[in-house]
Design a protein around this ligand. Structure first.
Ligand SMILES: *[C@@H]1O[C@H](CO)[C@@H](O)[C@H](O)[C@H]1NC(C)=O
Length: 252
């Protein structure tokens, strides 16, 4: 009996990681799927915006997500997003050239990376601790996402006003500027962070309200690049929007 209990407990403990092999998982239609199949499909459906409002990365996919966000594939995927922005700017964009052209960027996981923070927090598998995240942000050590800097400089050279709109709170302003400048970003037109008043709204509403002010002020928003749907949805939006991959967290 004791031996049976022990085996049962041992099975329970290891279940989350290995039940994929033990039970040989099947999808609803009976497809045999591996843990990798399962997590790959979870990640893709996050990016397709079919999976929404997730609070944490599913425990069994933490290792898969960690591998993805530190992989060459993640870099290639992100670089492709930026490449499509450049194609659009070169072919589909009739810039006014009169100071009313604008482009909007997110900051976290768009200009700079929070992967080092999430690495210490199970790549999103742990519930967010805002105090902890803000303490990390205030150190201004977030590394650059190089491909985005290339687009940033391309836009600057074209005379497009660059507007940064972030869900970071106002208190992080100097640390944010320090971090951005240190990794090579400079020459943006406006850096908009969340005031206590903005914090009462959802992020999507806050960002849409900022864009409303920009449009009312005469700006043409040619494009938005962000890693969250809350950065590109809502009205008014940009003429085009570009979504960078981010399976670690969901902001709304
Ligand atoms: C969040 O992190 C801070 C600082 O590391 C810690 O003191 C606090 O207990 C954490 N809060 C929760 C709810 O875990």
């Amino acid at each position: 009996m004791a031996k049976f209990l022990f085996i049962f407990l041992a099975l329970l403990i290891t279940a989350s990681a290995s039940d994929w092999n033990i039970l040989s998982q099947r999808s609803k239609s009976g497809l045999k799927i591996s843990l990798k199949n399962y997590c790959e499909s979870w990640r893709l459906n996050v990016e397709l915006h079919n999976i929404r409002f997730f609070r944490v990365v599913p425990e069994e996919c933490v290792s898969y997500i960690g591998k993805y966000v530190t992989s060459t594939q993640y870099k290639v995927d992100s670089e492709r997003t930026i490449e499509e922005c450049v194609v659009y700017l070169s072919k589909g964009c009739d810039l006014k050239g009169d100071g009313t052209d604008a482009w909007i960027f997110d900051i976290d996981d768009t200009l700079i990376s929070t992967v080092p923070y999430y690495k210490k927090n199970q790549y999103g598998g742990k519930k967010l601790n805002l105090t902890d995240l803000e303490a990390w942000m205030s150190k201004a050590r977030a590394p650059i996402l190089e491909h985005t800097l290339r687009l940033f400089n391309f836009l600057k050279a074209k005379g497009v006003d660059i507007i940064l709109i972030s869900a970071r709170r106002e208190g992080l302003r100097s640390a944010t500027i320090e971090n951005l400048v240190q990794v090579g970003y400079h020459g943006w037109t406006n850096l908009i962070l969340r005031s206590p008043e903005d914090e009462k709204k959802g992020v999507e509403q806050y960002k849409a309200d900022v864009r409303r002010r920009l449009v009312n002020g005469g700006y043409h928003i040619w494009g938005i690049v962000g890693d969250q749907y809350s950065s590109i949805q809502g009205s008014p939006s940009g003429r085009r929007t570009f979504k960078l991959p981010n399976p670690m967290y969901y902001v709304y």
